[in-house]
Design a binder for this molecule. Structure first.
Ligand SMILES: *Cc1c(COP(=O)(O)O)cnc(C)c1O
Length: 218
C-alpha cells in the first residue's frame, strides 16, 4: 500500500469527531508533502528544530503540533507558529510558553500531559497532582496560553485490557477536570498500535506515525 492509501484508509476509519495528527518525525519533507497533497493538514513532530525546519519549507496552511517532550529553552523556536503543544508536563513550561506567546502576540493552545503508563520513562503529571494543581484559578493566570484538554500515552504492551484501563483512567481525569474547565474539547490519546482502543475510550485526537509513514529509522 502507498503512503496515500495508508493515510486515507486510516482517515476514513476515524469517527468524525476524532482529529488525525500525522506524526511525521524523522521523515523527509517529500513524504510529508505526499500526505499534504492527499489532504492532510495536521502534522505532529517531537523536536523543535526539526519541526521549525519543516514549517519554513512547507505550505503555510499546515497546523504544526508539538507532541514530544519540550525543553523550556526550545519554546521560542516554535512559538511564532505552533498550533498545539501536547506535552505540557510542568508549570515552568507553561510559564515559558506564556512568555513566548506574549512576545509573539499569540495565544498558544496546549494540552496537559498525564502520566498513565506503567513505564517510569513516560513524562506527565501524576493524575492526583494534576487534579490539585489544575484548579480554575491556577490556569486562569495565563492569558497567552489556552489549555484545551489532556494528552497521555499508554504503556507499550500488547496487553489490551491494560491499555484500555490506562485510557479509561485518563478519560476519567479528563471528565472530572472538564467539569471545571468547561471549554475543554481535546483528549489526545492513541498511536498506531492502540488508537482503536483509545477511540473506544473517548479519544478526540489520535497521533499516528508509523502506520502512515512506515517504520522510522533513527
Ligand atoms: C512518535 C509518537 C507518536 C506516533 O507513534 P506511532 O507508533 O509511530 O504511531 C505518537 N505520540 C507521540 C508522543 C510520539 O512521540
Amino acid at each position: 500500500m502507498s503512503l496515500t492509501e495508508r493515510l486515507l484508509r486510516i482517515k476514513d476509519s476515524l469517527p468524525q469527531h476524532v482529529t488525525l495528527v500525522a506524526v511525521s518525525k524523522t521523515k523527509p519533507v517529500e513524504d510529508l508533502m505526499v500526505a499534504y497533497r492527499a489532504g492532510q493538514r495536521v502534522f505532529g513532530e517531537n523536536k523543535a528544530q526539526e519541526m521549525t525546519a519543516k514549517w519554513s519549507e512547507m505550505p503555510k496552511d499546515i497546523q504544526w503540533h508539538m507532541i514530544g517532550h519540550l525543553q523550556s529553552n526550545k519554546v521560542k523556536y516554535i512559538a511564532p507558529y505552533v498550533a498545539l503543544i501536547h506535552g505540557v508536563d510542568r508549570p515552568e513550561l507553561l510559564d515559558e510558553i506564556e512568555k513566548q506567546a506574549k512576545k509573539n502576540h499569540r495565544v498558544i493552545d496546549c494540552l496537559l500531559q498525564v502520566h498513565i503508563a506503567q513505564e517510569s520513562t513516560k513524562f506527565g503529571w501524576d493524575p492526583e497532582e494534576l487534579a490539585l494543581w489544575a484548579t480554575a484559578k491556577q490556569l486562569d493566570a495565563y492569558s497567552h496560553v489556552r489549555i484545551k484538554g489532556l494528552m497521555g500515552m499508554a504503556t507499550f504492551t500488547s496487553d489490551e485490557p491494560q491499555i484500555i484501563q490506562e485510557f479509561t483512567s485518563l478519560k476519567f481525569v479528563y471528565d472530572q477536570l472538564s467539569k471545571v474547565h468547561s471549554h475543554w474539547d481535546t483528549l489526545s490519546m492513541g498511536m498506531s498500535q492502540d488508537y482503536a482502543s483509545a477511540i473506544s475510550c473517548g479519544s478526540t485526537m489520535v497521533r499516528i506515525g508509523s502506520s502512515i509513514f512506515g517504520d522510522r529509522n533513527y
